[in-house]
Design a protein around this ligand. Sequence first.
Ligand SMILES: CC(C)(COP(=O)(O)OP(=O)(O)OC[C@H]1O[C@@H](n2cnc3c(N)ncnc32)[C@H](O)[C@@H]1OP(=O)(O)O)[C@@H](O)C(=O)NCCC(=O)NCCS
Length: 168
Amino acid sequence: MRVLRLSDAPALAAAYVRNRVYLSRWEPVRPEEYYTETWQRGDIANRLAAHEAGEGCPFGLFAGDTLVGRFNLAGIVRGPFQSAVLGYWVDGDYAGRGLASAAVQGIVAVARDDLGLHRIEASTLLHNVGSQRVLRKAGFQHIGMAPRYLRIAGQWQDHNLYQVVLHD
Ligand SMILES: CC(C)(COP(=O)(O)OP(=O)(O)OC[C@H]1O[C@@H](n2cnc3c(N)ncnc32)[C@H](O)[C@@H]1OP(=O)(O)O)[C@@H](O)C(=O)NCCC(=O)NCCS
């Protein structure tokens, strides 16, 4: 796993094309251009600018040259909050091998030791048992349920909210 580069746009677009149906239950409805290298290159550029500004950290998970997962820290707020939001997915062909668990645990360590954050927040659909297991194994605790929190698969859907506090 490493921070995404602009040159990852083809691999990222290919991953979204391969996983379009698989991810559709768990993600917002995407416009057609989302699946193009051009759109993904622009998105990576925006995320790298946010990374430069200390506002986020976009990671890609690779098997050789194939991008097989994405883990994104975003919305970093400093001051008394020192918090970030985590989102992720793993390629359907690579699911169930412990990759998300290992990656999220690695990101928790980076957020604590390198970024000096106090807290990471993540949210899952109520029925996303696999993602909830990933979070709990990485030390996240359930902090509540947010009704109609995110528009996923075309509908405003309730989400479970989780956080991990990184320092005593
Ligand atoms: C959720 C997701 C990231 C998990 O990735 P993964 O690499 O398969 O996760 P892991 O292999 O580390 O498995 C994590 C745990 O969840 C469990 N799990 C996975 N899918 C499950 C399911 N559908 N039901 C119950 N448990 C499940 C695994 O058994 C494992 O538990 P264990 O370690 O106690 O055996 C992946 O399935 C995915 O990308 N899903 C679609 C997008 C998504 O949901 N993203 C997260 C949005 S919040």
